[in-house]
Design a protein around this ligand. Structure first.
Ligand code: ATP
Ligand code: MG
Length: 230
């Protein structure tokens, strides 16, 4: 089992295409050390989201492998994979149900105390308390109006509660107002502490908090350095 995975993630000579004869990642190698936050930037179609899909095993490489702490992701039990690697998607989807249910998806046996602690950790508690029924507010009901930024915070609380070794974040492209943007950045810093993360970054402020930035083009890394260097 990989409970207590340290989060060393390696794309080891990965070749991948979507099965239409086009290669999206040609012999792609990227070694991400334990606890490192890597921001991935690059032009549209470069293969950034494809990387995220390989780590979360929506797809597997055509050749080569992706390993976590030296173990091929294909050799992990689905439950271990789900526990070790969590992806937060662009849309920061909320499911029908209450705010508390949505956060608890990160840990099905979570207590209310743990749910609230996760919300507090990422700075979501204050706005949740102001919703008509607080944590019991149905996110899809009228009156349970939740903004784009608030949706992101709820999905961050869910990820925080799940506490995975590896976090994958395909950052939202939707623009947020400045207070929301600042809230999201603060929440991100908390969420990223003590875990490995790949962030497909669309905001300069996110790139700046990364340990390492890679620039991709046509499925290749064309630059690799610290935010200061790039
Ligand atoms: P963006 O910045 O626009 O999100 P990206 O870097 O995330 O771009 P990917 O989504 O990884 O790019 O796509 C890489 C390439 O793979 C693109 O040429 C895209 O058209 C193609 N592609 C993505 N998903 C599929 C799919 N399901 N089937 C076929 N081709 C796909
Ligand atoms: Mg993408």
């Amino acid at each position: 089992s990989l409970h207590g995975a340290t989060g060393h993630l390696l794309f080891d000579n990965v070749t991948f295409g979507y099965g239409n004869g086009r290669t999206i990642l040609p012999e792609f190698t990227l070694d991400i050390s334990d606890g490192q936050t890597v921001a991935v930037v690059g032009t549209t179609g470069a293969g950034k989201s494809t990387l995220a899909k390989l780590v979360s095993r929506f797809y597997d490489p055509s050749s080569g492998r992706v390993t976590l702490d030296g173990v091929d992701l294909r050799d992990l039990a689905p439950e271990d994979l789900r526990r070790a690697i969590v992806m937060v998607t662009q849309e920061a989807y909320l499911f029908s149900g209450t705010v508390a249910d949505n956060i608890a998806l990160g840990k099905p046996d979570a207590t209310m105390e743990e749910i609230v602690a996760a919300a507090k950790a990422v700075g979501a508690h204050t706005f949740i308390e102001q919703l008509p029924d607080g944590y019991a507010t149905d996110v899809n009901k009228r009156g349970g109006r939740v903004s784009a930024g608030q949706r992101q915070l709820v999905s961050f609380a869910r990820a925080f509660l799940a506490d995975p070794a590896v976090l994958i974040l395909d950052e939202a492209t939707a623009s947020l107002d400045i207070p929301s943007e600042r809230m999201i950045q603060d929440a991100l810093q908390t969420l990223l502490a003590d875990r490995t993360a790949i962030i497909i970054a669309h905001r300069l402020s996110t790139v700046e908090i990364a340990d390492r930035v890679i620039v991709m083009e046509h499925g290749r890394v064309i630059e690799d350095g610290t935010p200061e260097q790039l």
